[in-house]
Ligand binder design. Structure first.
Ligand code: FES
Length: 147
């Protein structure tokens, strides 16, 4: 069992922004083929700004804690700013994750990218942060371990 710091435990036990959203502007989902963990993210977007974010994550403590900080962090950001966020930003915000669990945070990064990609497709937007993005990527080698 990996050792989590207090901040990770707090976000795991009391995750922010957990649950469904009515009429989201964008939905993104990313699942790990390795452990079967899955994150769904819902974004409310107004005038190019993410004004609200919710998530549902079926997965380990690291994935849930990462989803919690990730949804906190995308709020108030432009689509380009949100696309620039990486899993390392979420890990840093959490004060670190144990090595083997580091990459569980990749679910959040990829789910956010998919949501924004879907939104951009629907609205005909060309976003700098999506250049070279492959929406069909399934295994991003996030190296997660089952608990
Ligand atoms: Fe698969 Fe954490 S995301 S074990």
């Amino acid at each position: 069992m990996a050792m989590y710091n207090d901040k990770v435990m707090e976000h795991f036990m009391h995750p922010h922004n957990a649950g469904d959203m009515e009429n989201p502007s964008a939905v993104g989902e990313f699942g790990s083929p390795v452990c079967g963990d899955l994150m769904q993210i819902y974004l409310k977007i107004e005038d190019g700004i993410i004004v609200d974010a919710k998530f549902r994550t079926f997965g380990c403590g690291s994935a849930i804690a990462s989803s919690s900080v990730a949804t906190d962090m995308v709020k108030g950001k432009t689509l380009e700013e949100a696309l620039a966020l990486t899993n390392q930003n979420f890990v840093d915000e959490l004060g670190g994750l144990p090595g083997p669990k580091l990459h569980c945070s990749m679910l959040s990064e990829q789910a956010i990218k998919r949501a924004i990609y879907n939104y951009a497709q629907e609205h005909g937007l060309e976003l700098e942060g999506l250049k070279g993005y492959d929406p069909t990527v399934e295994d991003i080698d996030h190296g997660c371990e089952e608990e």
